[in-house]
Design a protein around this ligand. Structure first.
Ligand code: SF4
Length: 360
């Protein structure tokens, strides 16, 4: 069961207080290049990203950042390190929220200034506590484990709230999955502040997806985590796709659609692996056009052993045969096709079952 948290807002997106878990990602374009950054934000929004974060590393990007905030289809968070005056400037230029790691700002008065500005403008702040840059005094006393992460977060929450800033969310991140999970569980047990969950520096797709699925998935199954980012060394759109898959796997979003395929074996007589990869890419292509696919299950099966059963149980499906296969629609056999015809026929079915997502 989800824990009860206060509700805050990042722009128009509600976080906590019963709102759906929102998906975040981060642009990797140069923030000084508004065109490229906005193009990437639009791509990410179409893939399902609901909140975007962009770095504000220096004053020189502020004009561009202001334009990005004004034109972005989703709320923009400014990512700030070291220089608190950049956080204040980003808020003044339209950031819906700033993400600061108070441990790397220049002293606590700097953090208090950010808190006062956010409170004055009614914007939110993410206090991002990272195992690599904890509050110095706490790190010396407690090390870098979960207890130190929690103590550091609680210390900065008190500081921000003392300045009247209550639109807060917190992240406690370490690249170690166990440390991250333990820290988030401990913090959540004693706080009503929404948590931004993720595994920092999770790595390339091959291991980053696994670490994120285990780390974020475990927390979500505990009812912990009100917004999330999957961090991957990969194009940001992969982060969004992975986030959607994690949310679907823990039952917090409908899987749209589930792609069922067999592992292949000595009976397989069609190029099934290639076919499945192409179907997966076509599904992503259709979704990236801002379309929703109204199918629950698509089956791509290699042969007649389990093929017709799975394929006919799906909304649409293919069961391979010697040099082609059979197309099923809601359990009805609708065509016998050559191998070359399988992909186009299945894509046609998927496209016919897709519709534009309404942007209310
Ligand atoms: Fe092998 Fe057929 Fe099962 Fe696929 S469906 S694994 S080809 S027996």
């Amino acid at each position: 069961m989800a824990r009860t948290t206060r509700q805050i807002h990042v722009g128009r997106v509600a976080i906590g207080g019963g709102a759906p878990v929102s998906i975040q990602s981060m642009t990797n374009t140069d923030t000084a290049d508004a065109e490229a950054t906005l193009a990437q934000i639009r791509e990410l929004a179409a893939a399902g990203c609901e909140i975007i974060r962009s770095t504000v590393p220096a004053r020189i990007v502020l004009d561009s950042f202001e334009r990005i905030c004004a034109e972005s289809p989703i709320p923009v968070i400014a990512d700030i390190h070291f220089d608190h005056t950049l956080a204040i400037a980003a808020l003044e230029r339209g950031a819906a929220c700033v993400r600061v790691n108070p441990g790397n700002l220049r002293g606590e008065e700097a953090a208090r200034e950010v808190a006062r500005k956010a409170a004055e403008l009614g914007r939110s702040v993410r206090i991002g506590v990272n195992g690599g840059s904890l509050n110095k005094e706490i790190a010396e006393r407690m090390g870098h484990g979960p207890d130190a992460l929690v103590a550091s977060a609680e210390h900065y929450v008190r500081l921000f709230e003392e300045e009247g800033c209550r639109e807060l969310k917190v992240s406690l991140k370490a690249s170690n999955v166990r440390v991250t999970i333990d820290a988030c569980r401990k913090f959540a047990a004693n706080s009503d502040i929404p948590l931004h969950v993720g595994i920092t520096e999770a790595g390339p797709v091959s291991c980053g997806v696994v670490k994120s699925a285990v780390g974020i998935g475990s927390l979500l199954l505990d009812g912990i985590g009100e917004t999330m980012r999957v961090s991957l060394t990969a194009p940001p759109v992969e982060e969004v796709r992975t986030a959607l898959k994690i949310l679907a796997a823990v039952g917090l979003r409908p899987a749209e659609p589930e792609l069922v395929s067999c592992p292949t074996c000595g009976r397989t007589r069609v190029g099934l692996m290639e076919l499945v990869s192409k179907v997966e890419r076509e599904i992503e292509r259709i979704k990236s056009q801002g379309r929703r696919i109204r199918l629950k299950k698509i089956a791509v099966m290699g042969c007649i052993v389990n093929g017709p059963g799975e394929a006919s149980d799906a909304d649409v499906g293919i069961a391979g045969s010697n040099h082609g296969g059979v197309l099923f629609r809601h359990g009805e056999k609708v065509a016998t096709l050559s191998e070359e015809e399988l992909l186009p026929a299945l894509v046609k079915e998927i496209e016919a079952a897709s519709e534009p997502i309404r942007q209310d």
